[in-house]
Design a protein around this ligand. Structure first.
Ligand code: GP9
Ligand code: MN
Length: 652
């Protein structure tokens, strides 16, 4: 230390300061919530600690040009990483995970939405890189260092001490930070983007190895859990077989949330047709139905519906585990003589649908190529919903019956910029152009669905079909909370409200049924498979693995697990470690940082006495088991057919 030959200010220090500052600015742009001054301090410190950790490694290069090159390229890679996260965050309010990176094809397909996520002033975020680059090329002589071994060791020790200090503060602020991995925002806030990515890589390798080492011995424990907690509830006898041998027309309604149902904008109904269904005698409307998706959006909702398994907390399971063995609805009902099809006017490879549908046993996938798509009949992501349904009718007509068909709509998608000529209602007026455009876009979808009902009637398909309409996931992220609060007439959107906004509409329409009503009990996408199979009068294999219950059952599980470990129960809503009364929205007990969530393996952490704690324990366990099944590809060790066969033999 004493004898270090010190050039004025070495580049690795300047790079640390510049890059650290830039990262801090980007942190602020993420708009993460800062709850106290300690968090503020950690947020300020960690970008510099991480930057120092990397740039200080340059002192180990004896050759000056190598030192400079190292700093230059680290700054470049770091800048790209930080910026990619920023763009990603603008879209998903989340940070990139390794599995997400392998979704490159999706990223490029994002097309027009990606452009709306880039801002001209973003260019300033590369200013540090330009300076570092310049200095590293032009000031090599004055900005390199020649530390003796002890100096190098000292620099390294400094980085580690700083890192330890950062981790120490983080641990004080958020105990068990690393075991509660699925809160990516906490991680970034507390240990920084770089360390978060290192953590993510470690996590990813861990789960990859899980498949290799799984051997099926994990299954009995999971089955026991399901027997005791899920299968204890009987399916509804009343609804058993109401849809037997009927066609199923499942509409996955893009980005629609329940708050638009029976609600107005500028004095006009947002969804007049869907509103009418809530009163319809042939329709069940579920008003407390929650989406449970993770990063895989629509594909996650599809995964939930077909399998009654949870999607993953990181990445889209369609992508990361599209080759696994499953026991989804298409495969089950294929054996009962159903023809299964998916109709969606988008690239077949989006979300790896083509691959995953194979694994699920879907007979036919009508993708973009099956439709006539022109500039006139397109908007946003592609073919508009009205021509989409219209062009789908001939396919339905030609399908072997009974069929199980899924329609995935597309027009009501972020960034919700429906062409004016297609809009029947005015945009909303707030600071969020996303929310403003949402209403006319939702209305367009509402009209498209209404038209579709008419077309089904004209085609003579209506009477023999059951029509299910389900929102796939939220459309308006927390980024637009200010505007959302304005629309809902609230002062602010609290974490409790945030969970309530995760409600999406579910309609089950059975022509001629006459018993329709509004259902208020909490429900979720995980329940769709048992519900639909029971309506079809189809038994699941005795040893079938699923986590949901029939929505028409008298008694069923009294909680809905959200993918981030939050949950909604009959009486409580648990989010961000706080337990709320579901009715009043008031916190039941103050948050303690130990409370609540768990790591991805479902190992629960220490539980203080909160009415949410015992439910949390189950939620964590359940999510963990579902993850185990997927990561270990455990269904490949099951023999569902055998069990069915056995049953049949017994019956004969
Ligand atoms: C694209 C459609 C919409 O095919 O699924 O994408 P998402 O809502 O999942 O972002
Ligand atoms: Mn979607």
């Amino acid at each position: 230390m004493k004898k270090l030959k010190r050039p004025k200010i070495p580049l690795y220090i300047i790079a640390t300061l510049l890059f650290g500052l830039k990262t801090y600015v980007v942190y602020r742009m993420f708009g993460m919530e800062i709850e106290n001054s300690m968090q503020e301090l950690i947020l300020l410190i960690n970008p510099f600690v991480s930057a120092f950790l990397v740039f200080a490694l340059s002192v180990w290069f004896n050759k000056h040009s190598r030192q400079m090159k190292f700093i230059r390229y680290m700054a470049l890679i770091g800048s790209l990483l930080v910026y990619a996260n920023l763009v990603f965050y603008r879209q998903f309010s989340d940070f990139i995970t390794i599995p997400q990176l392998f979704m490159g094809s999706n990223m490029s397909d994002l097309g027009s939405s990606i452009l709306t996520l880039l801002q001209p002033y973003d260019i300033l975020l590369f200013a540090d890189l330009v300076i570092i680059w310049y200095l590293s090329k032009k000031r090599q002589e004055t900005m390199t260092v020649d530390y003796p071994k002890s100096g190098k060791m000292f620099a390294m020790a400094m980085s580690l001490v700083l890192l330890a200090g950062n981790f120490f503060l983080a641990e004080m602020e958020r105990p068990q930070l690393f075991t509660r991995g699925f809160d990516r925002e906490y991680l970034v806030k507390n240990v920084g983007l770089l360390n978060y990515h290192v953590y993510d890589i470690v996590q990813h390798s861990k789960t990859e190895s899980q498949r290799v080492f799984a051997d099926g011995n994990e299954l009995p424990e999971i089955q026991e859990y399901i027997d005791e907690n899920v299968k204890v509830y009987e399916n509804s006898e009343e609804m058993h077989g109401v849809a037997e041998d009927k066609n199923v027309i499942f509409i996955s309604a893009e980005s629609i949330q329940s708050f638009v149902i029976n609600n107005n904008v500028n004095g006009e109904e947002v969804t007049p047709f869907l509103n009418s269904l809530t009163q319809d005698e042939d329709t069940y409307y579920f008003e407390n139905f929650y989406e449970q998706t993770g990063q895989g959006n629509t594909s996650d909702s599809e995964f939930l519906v077909e399998n009654s398994l949870y999607p993953l907390s990181r990445g889209a399971v369609f992508f990361t585990h599209g080759g696994n063995e499953y026991q989804g609805i298409p495969e089950i009902i294929d054996d009962e003589g159903y023809h299964t099809a998916v109709l969606h006017a988008n690239n077949k490879s989006f979300w790896n649908r083509d691959g995953m549908y194979n694994s699920l046993g879907v007979d036919k996938f009508y993708g973009e190529k099956a439709y006539e798509v022109t500039p006139e009949n397109s908007a946003g992501w592609g073919l508009k919903d009205k021509p989409f349904f219209e062009q789908s009718i001939p396919y339905l007509n030609s399908m072997e019956q009974p069929f199980y068909s899924k329609f995935i709509t597309l027009t009501n998608h972020f960034p919700f910029d429906l062409p004016e000529k297609d809009a029947s209602i005015e945009r909303y007026d707030s600071s969020s152009s996303t929310l403003n455009g949402y209403f006319p876009a939702v209305r367009y979808m509402d009209e498209a669905i209404e038209d579709f009902f008419g077309q089904l009637k004209d085609a003579g398909l209506y009477e023999d079909s059951v029509i299910v309409i389900m929102g796939d996931h939220i459309g308006i992220s927390a980024n637009h909370n200010k505007a959302m609060a304005q629309y809902l007439g609230k002062e602010e959107i609290t974490p409790y409200d945030q969970v309530q906004l995760q409600r999406v509409p579910l309609f089950i329409h059975i022509p001629g049924h006459g018993e329709g009503e509004v259902k208020s009990k909490i429900a979720g996408q995980i329940d769709m498979k048992p519900t639909m199979l029971n309506m079809l009068g189809i038994e699941q294999p005795e040893n079938g693995i699923y986590f949901g219950n029939d929505l028409f059952a008298e008694e069923r599980k009294d909680y809905i697990a959200l993918r981030n470990g939050d949950f909604v129960s009959d009486n409580y809503i648990s989010t961000s470690g706080v337990c709320y009364n579901r009715e009043t929205g008031e916190p039941v007990e103050q948050s303690t940082s130990e409370e609540g969530s768990s790591d991805a393996n479902g190992e629960s952490q220490s539980q203080p006495a909160s009415p949410c704690a015992p439910i949390q324990k189950k939620v964590d366990k359940e999510l963990g088991y579902s993850d185990d099944i997927i990561y270990g590809d455990l269904l490949r060790f099951m023999d569902f057919e055998d069990e069915e066969g056995k049953e049949e033999e017994e019956n004969n």
